[in-house]
Design a protein around this ligand. Sequence first.
Ligand code: AMP
Length: 411
Amino acid sequence: MTFKDLDLNKPLLKAIDAANYTVPTLIQEQTIPLVLKKKDIIASAQTGTGKTAAFALPILQLLFDKQDAPKKGKKIRALVISPTRELAVQIGKNFKAYSTYTNLRPTVIFGGTGIEPQIEILKKGVDIVIATPGRLLDLHKQDLINLAHIEILVLDEADLMLDMGFIDDIKKIERLCPETKQSLLFSATMPYKVEQLASSILKSPERIEVTPTSSPTKNVSQLLYYVPKRNKIELCLHLLRNTVKGNVLIFRRTKFGVDKLEQALSKNGYNVDRLHGDRSQSERQTALNKFKNGKVNILIATDVAARGIDINELDTVINFDLPNIPETYVHRIGRTGRANHFGQSYSFCSADEKSYVKKIQQLINVQIPIEEHHPYPLDPSAKPIVHKKKGSKYKKGRKGEGSKKKKKRWY
Ligand code: AMP
């Protein structure tokens, strides 16, 4: 199948050509015709499958084909909601590239950076907004954005948006758009809460599923290292010195863990940067650009900060901490081994993470090969270390006190 077979118009075909896409990916083949038929869609697809173009191209075509000439430019007609700033920026870049030969104007709106330039762009008039929920609602509160003319709404990475606690924001945004709109929901995983959200927003949706998250790509080799928690940094250094080649994305579960590992690797002379939710927008963007341009070859990240980010030709993924959600393992290692590129993944498992390995192997239905010959083996009978908090038995304050305190995100 070619893009021409998908009935895309000339300006889009020209942009596709300029992007050097020769054939549509599976999700594009399935999604584009349905979006063009104005169907609501619930699609299970990960980053890397080409899902951005799968919704961006037909949205651009629908908007391009139906233009209300005199009022052109004064109404926002399509809205894409993204959980993270980085993903919003990336989607925005794609929209910009694909709309090059049209008169449609996309813009990106996200927090953590000055609001004024965004207001200026909105005032000039845009057709498509790609936004993170918080900043979008801020602008709406100040009456600076009107969502009453949205024809198409996209919720991208819906599972992550729910994990990040955006459920109320999403529902609010959805209610600000007209009821007659077309809605598209994309999610890497389809837990019950995503299905619930979908049924409250989508009207008789078509279901699309591409590469179930339970199957890691065949282009990624996997290796498991049992290692005491206290030796993980040494093992990481050992692998970087002796085994790992090319650029490396290292996953840690917490922001604190990311910082700690960054310090250790820097101290040992490695060129390294980090990505997590406590860093400012510009710091995150710089870290990512440096990694993409090869200025640093090791990036350490939490799952949320790294999700959705497209890094071409990533050689190695290290799971410094194993994820407690098995699907996350598949997402992580799926960052490498894309598009005929071969990748390696190394996972460190300490005594308290053994149950995660079990769950991951059940999901992927494969026994991950174990590397037994390394300098920091874990005693097979080792039991998890349980850290008891001193004095926790005698809590200060009344029972239930502090329960309303906002939980700080650790990702
Ligand atoms: P996405 O899943 O949208 O993040 O896309 C992953 C990568 O695939 C991006 O770098 C896109 O530019 C690229 N891509 C999207 N569609 C195609 C295609 N049909 N052929 C080749 N590359 C593509």
